[in-house]
Design a binder for this molecule. Structure first.
Ligand code: ADP
Length: 510
């Protein structure tokens, strides 16, 4: 149901968005949410930095911007997005025209607080210059955490920006935007913010904490993650901060871009396919094997192909996979990985591929086209994450008929239903159970992964049941429209709160 209320306007602020810049799932979200909101009638502006290599847009304005005594002329390049929304690319070469997005070679630039303060301030001040007061500001992750902070401080009584409510979304609590406290004056912020219920965090400041504490409403990217982050196990020291805000904390599952990720119309596949005719999937598998220089004989084609596409870090379970390194070549499966990350994991996988060229393939790098081909060509997609705020890849896998094997955390738990022989998964579920769509394990141990993987490999040997499982996954709807409707409800709630109207809150359990 579309919202009955009159749609408003939202200024979305974040550090990456497809097609302009991407290192992870945040970019997919910010690349798709604007269009989905626009379809619901909202007027959407997305603000992000104009990094090196981003050439789109036409110059809408140039104006001087000063943050903590640092003055630069900034430009706003405007790009029209599908559905009538627009992007504002903030041009400030001294801070954004650099080799990396966040830092050189996966590191951090020492002036990141200033860089992202420039983003936030340029977006808000350009909105003010235009007289285009958004009904709500939606800030994402620590890089935009200063948006709620500035709205509550510097712009609280501003003639255009004063009183605009904000929503802050946590995509990954592991990244907390921690900096030395002496950044406060350099960000035009008073020392009164250096307190435990504002930005202070163990003697430093956290821009993530600023976003959490100063926004009207806080969201996390899946319902399960919204609960998990209130516990010490998943809270990264922020569980108390989040419990304090639990009445205003909601989980909204990310959607996926069902047009870019559609096996029936994916330009990166040798042949399109659908749930009715999966034969194109075999062509993709053959192509993947070629790309990984693996054999394409009948036996290899028949053997299940298990894939990981991921940042190669502990969060994603690469330590568990390292513990299983000797075990993998013994399994009746072929393994491939696509990713970049910690050197030790890159080396481990390239070493494994060199030692077992018939069973294991490794591609170190970021390759969007190959990611599409793998999602189609693999039989099993493995995500043994330690924690997973939402995860997008498993949703792509479901849509591509590639059976996910995942750990029961965050968005993985919210999107994949464990296969149980007793549970009907092919047709309608008469018992009210959700249909099985993959394999789920609980314990973060090598045995946990292995057990789930072995269950998957065993079922693969039963083509009829396997196909039913694939089709159950392909029938799921993970489009953005549902999530966008939830965000609209959240925006409306933030707007009400901004007017001082109280309600009973979301009350996500801690
Ligand atoms: P995260 O945001 O934590 O990295 P997600 O599953 O939410 O994890 O999103 C990861 C996104 O990045 C997916 O779209 C996935 O396909 C993509 N991705 C990750 N690594 C690579 C890579 N090496 N090459 C291409 N795409 C990648």
């Amino acid at each position: 149901m579309p919202s009955r209320k009159k749609p408003g306007s939202v200024l979305i602020i974040g550090s990456e968005a497809v097609p302009f810049a991407k290192t992870g799932g945040l970019a997919d979200v910010l690349g798709t949410l604007p269009q989905a909101l626009a379809r619901l009638g909202w007027d959407v502006t997305l603000a992000l930095p104009r990094y090196r290599g981003v050439d789109e847009g036409s110059l809408a304005a140039r104006f001087p911007l000063t943050v903590g005594g640092y003055t630069r002329e900034v430009g706003i390049f405007e790009v029209s997005l599908a559905g009538g929304s627009r992007a504002w690319l903030v041009d400030c070469p001294d801070v954004f025209d650099r080799e990396g997005i966040y830092g050189p070679g996966g590191g951090e630039y020492s002036d990141n607080p200033r860089r992202f303060a420039m983003l936030v301030r340029a977006a808000l001040e350009f909105a003010a210059l235009r007289g285009a007061r958004p009904s709500v500001v939606h800030a994402h992750d620590w890089q935009a955490g200063l948006a709620p902070v500035y709205l509550k401080t510097r712009y609280a009584t501003h003639s255009v920006l004063g009183g605009i409510p904000s929503v802050f979304t946590i995509h990954n609590l592991a990244y907390q935007g921690l900096f030395d406290a002496d950044w406060l004056p350099r960000l035009d912020l008073g020392w009164d913010l250096f307190s435990i219920d504002r930005l202070e965090y163990w003697g430093r400041i956290s821009l993530l904490k600023g976003g959490i504490n100063e926004a009207e409403v806080v969201t996390a990217v899946s319902p399960r993650y919204a609960e998990e982050i209130q516990t010490p196990e998943f809270g990264f020291g922020f569980d108390g901060i989040l419990r304090r805000r639990r009445a205003d904390l909601a989980g909204v599952l990310n959607g996926i871009d069902v047009e870019r990720w559609d096996p029936e119309h994916d330009p990166f596949l040798p042949r399109p396919y659908s749930a009715d005719d999966l034969s194109g999937k075999d062509s993709a598998k053959a192509e993947v094997l070629v790309r990984y220089r693996l054999a394409t004989d009948g036996a290899t084609l028949k053997r299940p192909l298990v894939a990981m596409i991921s940042r190669m870090i502990d969060q994603k379970g690469f330590d568990l996979m390292a513990a299983l390194a000797d075990e993998l070549p013994r399994l009746e499966a072929t393994f491939i990985v696509l990713g970049t990350g910690e050197t030790r994991y890159q080396d481990l996988w390239t070493g494994l591929a060199a030692r077992h060229p018939d069973r294991i393939g490794a591609h170190i790098g970021f390759d969007e086209a190959l990611a599409h081909l793998i999602e189609a060509g693999a039989d099993i997609f493995l995500m043994p994450s330690r924690f997973e705020p939402c995860g997008l890849s498993q949703m792509y896998s479901l849509r591509y008929g590639t059976v996910p094997v995942v750990r029961a955390v965050g968005g993985l738990a919210d999107t994949v239903v464990d296969y149980a022989p007793s549970r009907r998964f092919g047709g309608a579920s008469s018992s009210g159970h959700k249909k099985s769509t993959g394999f789920v394990f609980q314990e973060y141990t090598p045995q946990g992964v292995l057990e789930a993987l072995n269950r998957a490999l065993a079922l693969y040997a039963d083509p009829k049941r396997w196909k039913a499982l694939q089709r159950a996954g392909m029938a799921q709807d993970h489009s953005w429209d549902r999530s966008a409707r939830e965000y609209v409800r959240i925006y409306e709630r933030a707007i009400k709160k901004g007017f001082g109207i109280r309600d009973s809150g979301f009350g996500v359990r801690g």
